[in-house]
Ligand binder design. Structure first.
Ligand code: ADP
Length: 550
């Protein structure tokens, strides 16, 4: 059954009403949402009337950004937000142009707040049109970008400063490089001068090219050819087959080059024959030259031919002197030995003569003179024989442990018995109980020093003998007298063989006593020395090394 037309119309109207209500509700909700969104934006949003450019609405962010409350800004011209009229006008015309080109307008602009402060802002303006397409208003979204702009500006400033710094650094580096180049040039020319004026022949040898790459004038002289020819040669060409080290030059040449390249400074001797045939012996100093690209060796040649000849002569002279000395020593030994027998016969006979002629005063005096002369002669022979024995090469002392305090006292007592004019004091208490030495030799050493102290103190006086152990365990003896003394320039010579300083009548000697003292000290690994004041006395000091230290 069909419905009444009126009923149908009513139902349709009711439906339409319900739909309208729904639509209104939806529209209200949408408007609220828009309002909320509008209010919650960080960007300032203005709705501006087209043509008049009067602000018709603004969100709450406007107050934070521009300082105007909503009621203060709504109804005002946007010119209040611009720096001046001119900028306000320019914004408007650029906005129209933007609409025409892209349909919206985007720009970065300086704006002014209510309190007069200026800030950078980013703008996006979109037109709102009616159904006919006519622009009725504009939605302008403004973002405060002053912080970003500041940061960008700071960045730009920083990069400008960096560029400047970079530019100035580059300029300074260039200047420094230029100065270094100049200095290098000066150094190079100084070096050149030094090399050219050097007293020795200098060449620079390139190991890889196997040829000389530089040479000074002295090298031209030494090798007997021009620089041009030298620069095409290798030093090997001038090395003679027979070299001072006895090795074939080809082998040693490469070995020495390798060692020099490895950083060693080599000093070798090379026999050289120049292009002109002159033969010389040179001391060659090899040193690697700093060079990044090549392996260079600087070789300097000193002509030592003369030095070698002198050295040879000297060696020959020394050998001959040594031989002569040896012969002399042997002869002295032989003579001394041969003299002993006749001397003991003379001595024995003189003693018998003295006994037989005890009543004949004149005869007795002669016999006594013979006896004292044979005594002197016998001492001299003993000294010569001792010296010969001590200086024979290969002779070694007989080292045993000895009570050296007792030995010292005995030697002193014996010496005191031989003189009335001297008082010999002995202080051996600081000596060790026992010491490893050759007792016979130590006795001879002390005897000689005491004999001299007595002999060279003709007016008598005190003689002091002291012995002690040094900190390192060595043993030292000191004999001091108040005699004639020794001049400073003679102190060392006094220990030389056969050297006698004072040729005083009545003081006999052969110049061997101190030589023997020194030799005995040396045989014990020690030394002998003397200090003296002329006219006041002398002190002789002997040091014997502790055999356990040596
Ligand atoms: P000499 O047999 O002549 O004494 P020495 O070798 O013992 O030989 O001494 C060498 C020289 O040193 C002596 O000739 C003497 O001039 C000097 N001489 C040695 N001892 C003393 C001393 N105690 N005082 C002064 N001169 C000394």
């Amino acid at each position: 059954m069909s419905k009444e037309p009126a009923t149908v119309a009513t139902e349709t109207a009711m439906d339409a009403l319900q739909k309208l209500e729904k639509a209104e509700k939806a529209s209200r909700e949408a408007a609220m949402l828009l309002q909320q969104t509008f209010a919650s934006l960080n960007e300032a949003v203005f709705i501006v009337q087209s043509g008049t450019r009067v602000i018709v609405d603004a969100n709450s962010a406007v107050e934070t950004m521009f300082g105007y409350a909503h009621h203060e800004i709504v109804g005002k011209l946007t010119s209040c937000l611009h720096l001046n009229e001119q900028m306000f006008t320019r914004f408007g015309s650029e906005m129209i142009k933007g609409y025409q080109e892209k349909g919206y307008y985007e720009t970065i602009y300086q704006m002014i707040r209510k309190d007069g402060t200026v800030f950078e802002s980013e703008h996006c303006v979109t037109p709102i049109r009616d159904i006919s397409g006519t622009i009725t208003s504009h939605v302008c979204v403004v973002r405060d970008i002053s912080e970003r702009v500041h940061a960008e500006r700071a960045l730009v400033e920083k990069s400008r400063l960096l560029r400047e710094l970079n530019d100035s650094l580059e300029a300074r580096i260039e200047q420094a490089v230029e100065e270094l180049r100049k200095k290098d040039d000066v150094l190079a020319s100084q070096n050149r001068l030094l090399v050219d004026l050097a007293p020795e022949a200098i060449i620079v040898f390139d190991v890889e090219l196997d040829r000389i790459v530089d040479a000074n004038a002295k090298a031209e002289q030494l090798f007997g050819c021009s620089r041009e020819i030298l620069l095409m040669s290798t030093p090997r060409q001038f090395y003679m087959q027979k070299q001072p080290d006895g090795r074939p030059p080809e082998t040693s040449f490469f070995e020495n080059s390798d060692r020099a390249i490895a950083g060693e400074v080599l000093v070798i001797e090379r026999a050289i024959r120049s292009a002109a045939g002159t033969e010389v012996v040179c001391e060659v100093r090899l040193v690697r030259l700093p060079s990044p690209q090549s392996l260079l060796i600087r070789a300097s040649f000193f002509d030592i031919t003369e030095r070698m000849q002198t050295q040879k002569k000297l060696t020959r002279a020394l050998a001959s002197e040594h031989r002569l000395n040896e012969e002399q020593r042997q002869f002295m030994g032989l003579v001394s030995h041969e003299l002993r027998t006749p001397l003991s016969i003379i001595d024995g006979s003189a003693q018998l003569l003295a006994l037989a002629a005890c009543k004949d005063k004149e005869c007795l005096a002669h016999a006594n003179r013979i006896l004292s002369s044979t005594q002197r002669l016998s001492t001299l022979i003993d000294t010569c024989l001792t010296e010969e024995r001590l200086c024979t090469s290969g002779w070694t002392p007989n080292i045993v442990s000895e009570d050296i305090r007792c030995l010292t006292r005995n030697v002193v007592a014996q010496a005191q018995a031989g003189t009335e004019r001297h008082l010999i004091k002995c202080d051996p208490e600081e000596l060790p109980d026992r010491y490893d030495c050759d007792p016979m030799l130590l006795q001879v050493l002390l005897n000689n020093l005491l004999d001299n102290a007595v002999k060279y103190s003709p007016k008598g006086g005190e003689i002091n003998v002291r012995g002690w152990r040094a900190d390192n365990g060595d043993v030292c003896f000191e004999v001091t007298d108040q005699g004639i003394g020794i001049a400073a320039d003679q102190l060392e010579k006094a220990f030389d063989r056969f050297y006698r300083i004072w040729q005083i009548p009545g003081i006999a000697g052969a110049g061997l006593g101190l030589h023997i003292v020194k030799r005995i000290a040396e045989l014990h690994g020690g030394t002998a020395s003397c200090s003296s004041v002329q006219g006041c006395g002398s002190t002789f000091t002997v040091r014997l090394c502790n055999p356990r230290n040596s």
